[in-house]
Structure formats: structure tokens, C-alpha cells
Design a protein around this ligand. Structure first.
Ligand code: NAD
Length: 355
């Protein structure tokens, strides 16, 4: 039997509630896949600041680097909003990603058949959507130098090196090989030199993946096509700022922020987390949707641990729970047979996953 070490960072707000449900599901699936998990909890965010004076204690980095993967809840809340920038929970998270070297952010957007009416787009446009945005996470304009401002000017620099583009392109092509083998690389090569390099390098890397069908799209067109006909996409490969915007746009296709998982991966340890925040407005009420975090645990099994069978069981269990009409409060108006609490939803999915 294989044992995996998982660092658990529950964080603030609904973080502890949703991580507890993901752990419930992981343990259920472990029992039938001949694997087991040993968990070590680590502090990050406002709760870490309250106890240690630092939103990202060194011990959290050590525990994470010493594990096979990190399962992360969410951080932040009004209580810490007025702290100096470097003490704020969000600064801890950015530093954490940099320390772990997670350069690729993977964000699937799946529209479940049972929830097509929850999308703000028409059902016939979103039915069957299943795409993945692969976003470069630690380069591009958010990190480029020089940057600065004076009274009358502000400036940032979008810079990518060949190596940075090569590694994210490999990531996208490898993921596409496990899906329907189509990659659309999104850039602004008609205007930006950095995008021309991006496009040339992506084409070079694609030669190592002859089975992949590669296409290119300008970012403004991609923003429009995601709304016009999202089913045309499988894997979208893009840089940091374009990916930030497009992945949020794609996430809305599915209807609720409480459904969407993500993975941030790199050369070392991957971080698996829901795309939503700590939702302080509903924390402690037992109404948060745990599915985004449970699906993040499934991504962890697939991408960090290579346990595809266990991941498939979790994905099927989530689909079954939705198909049978179980809904948390955020989705209660969409064909609910039974509205359940965070913990009830976790137990239902765990029960199905164990079969
Ligand atoms: P949020 O994602 O926490 O909440 C936005 C809305 O979605 C809220 O109405 C919330 O109740 C709802 N929601 C979110 N997750 C849900 C779930 N699982 N089930 C049901 N409803 C859910 O965004 P926000 O309100 O802008 O931010 C709150 C705090 O979270 C802030 O401090 C922010 O900085 C932080 N934040 C953290 C992360 C992270 O930890 N990765 C990401 C985004 C925001």
C-alpha cells in the first residue's frame, strides 16, 4: 500500500469547512484504491498572522516542501484588510507560490449537464463545455522589470524568456495528450514582440507532440469566442495576465464559483485549491459548497500522485451527487431534489466515491 504525505492548509473563513470535506472524500477513496494519506496541517493567511505575526510562517513552507502535494483551502478576510501589505494574507499566498516555484496554473471549466441552467449563458451554448486553461503564473507583466510610477506616469514590463515559455508549453501539451489533444495558444502577437516570441516558441515545442492539433488566437478574439462558442476549446495555453482574465471568464461558464477547482504546479510541489476565496459572508454556517475543493483533491490525485483511478472515482461521485439532485445552498434553485449542508454534501460524495 502506498502512503502519500499531504500538507493541509485550511486557512481562513470557509477554508477549514471545505478542506474537512475533501479529506473525508480522500479517505473514502483511499480505502478502495489501496492507498493511504498522512496529513500534516500548516498555517497560512490571517490565522497564521494572528498566531505567529506572519501570514506565511517558514514552517508552512518546510512542511509543504516535505510533502507530496499541498491541499489548500482559502485565506483572507476583512479583519486583516488594513494590515501593512506584507503582513496581509494575500501577500503570504503570492510568496508561497513563488517559494514553491509553481509556474503553471491549471483551471478546468466543466459544465455539468445537471447545472446547465445555472450558467449565465444559454444552455445550448454551454452544454458539454469541458476545457482547461493553462496559465503561466510567475512571469510576464506581473513580475517584469522595470516597473514603477511617478506622479504622471506608471509603467510595467511584459517579458518572457524562451525557457519560461518552453516549460509552460510542455505542461499544456502534456495535459492535452490526456484529453482531446487540442491546444489553442492565446497571445497578442499582432501587437506585442513578447507575444511573437511566445508564438514562435510554442510552435517549436509543439514539434515534440506531433499528435497535438495546435492553433493560435489573439486574446481579444479569445475573450469573445469563450462566450460565443466555448465548446470549441479544449486546452487554452496562455501567459500570466491573459490567463488571469480568461480563466475568470471561463469559470463563469459553469454557474457557481463553488464548483471550480485549480492546480498550481511546477518543478517541486503542486498546490491544489478551489478558485474561490474564503467567503467570510457564509463562514461557519455550514452552507459552503465543498465541490470545488473536493475536485481540487481529485486534480491532486491525477496530476501530483498519478492516481488516476482514484481521481476518476471522485469525479464520478461528484457527477452522481449532482445528477441525483443534491445541492448546497448556492445551487438550490437549480433542480434541487434535496438541499444539503457542506458536511452532508461531503458525506454523500465520499459514500459514492468509496463504491
Ligand atoms: P470569495 O470567492 O471568497 O466570495 C465571493 C462570493 O462567492 C461570496 O458571496 C461567497 O459567499 C461566494 N462563495 C465563494 N465560495 C463559495 C463556496 N464554496 N460555496 C458557496 N458560495 C461561495 O471572494 P471575495 O468575497 O471577493 O473574497 C473574500 C476573501 O477571500 C478576501 O479576503 C479575498 O482576498 C480572499 N480571497 C482568497 C483567495 C485564495 O485564498 N486563493 C482567492 C480569492 C479571494
Amino acid at each position: 500500500m502506498k502512503t502519500y504525505k499531504i500538507a493541509l492548509i485550511k486557512g481562513d473563513g470557509i477554508g477549514p469547512e471545505i478542506i474537512d470535506e475533501a479529506v473525508k472524500v480522500l479517505d473514502a477513496v483511499a480505502s478502495c484504491c489501496d492507498i493511504e494519506f498522512s496529513y500534516e496541517e500548516a498555517l497560512m493567511g490571517g490565522c497564521a498572522y494572528d498566531i505567529t505575526g506572519d501570514p506565511l510562517p517558514q514552517e508552512t513552507i518546510n512542511i509543504s516542501l516535505n510533502s507530496d502535494a499541498v491541499l489548500f483551502g482559502a485565506i483572507g478576510g476583512e479583519k486583516w484588510d488594513n494590515l501593512p501589505r506584507e503582513k496581509r494574507p494575500e501577500s503570504g499566498l503570492l510568496r508561497f507560490r513563488k517559494e514553491l516555484g509553481v509556474y503553471a496554473n491549471l483551471r478546468p471549466a466543466v459544465v455539468y449537464d445537471e447545472l446547465v441552467n445555472a450558467s449565465s449563458l444559454k444552455a445550448e451554448v454551454v452544454k458539454g463545455v469541458d476545457l482547461m486553461v493553462v496559465r503561466e503564473l510567475i512571469g510576464g507583466i506581473y513580475f517584469g522589470e522595470p516597473k514603477g510610477r511617478d506622479e504622471n506616469r506608471g509603467w510595467n514590463t511584459m517579458v518572457y524568456t524562451r525557457d519560461e515559455i518552453v516549460r509552460i508549453a510542455h505542461q499544456a501539451f502534456k495535459i492535452a495528450m490526456t484529453r482531446s489533444k487540442r491546444v489553442c495558444s492565446v497571445d497578442k502577437a499582432n501587437v506585442l514582440d513578447v507575444s511573437q516570441l511566445w508564438r514562435d516558441v510554442v510552435i517549436d515545442v509543439s514539434k515534440e507532440y506531433p499528435e497535438i492539433e495546435l492553433s493560435h488566437m489573439y486574446v481579444d478574439n479569445a475573450a469573445m469566442q469563450l462566450i460565443r462558442d466555448p465548446r470549441q476549446f479544449d486546452v487554452i495555453l496562455t501567459g500570466n495576465i491573459f490567463g488571469d482574465i480568461l480563466s475568470d471568464e471561463a469559470s463563469m461558464l459553469s454557474g457557481s464559483i463553488g464548483l471550480l477547482p485549480s492546480a498550481s504546479v511546477g518543478a517541486k510541489i503542486g498546490v491544489y485549491e478551489p478558485i474561490h476565496g474564503s467567503a467570510p459572508d457564509i463562514a461557519g454556517q455550514g452552507i459552503a459548497n465543498p465541490i470545488a475543493t473536493i475536485s481540487s483533491a481529485s486534480m491532486m490525485l491525477r496530476y501530483a500522485l498519478g492516481e488516476d483511478n482514484a481521481a476518476d472515482k471522485i469525479d464520478a461521485a461528484v457527477k452522481r451527487a449532482l445528477k441525483e439532485g443534491y445541492r448546497t445552498k448556492d445551487l438550490a434553485q437549480y433542480d434541487a431534489k434535496e438541499v444539503c449542508s457542506t458536511s452532508e454534501m461531503g458525506s454523500i460524495i465520499a459514500n459514492y466515491a468509496a463504491k
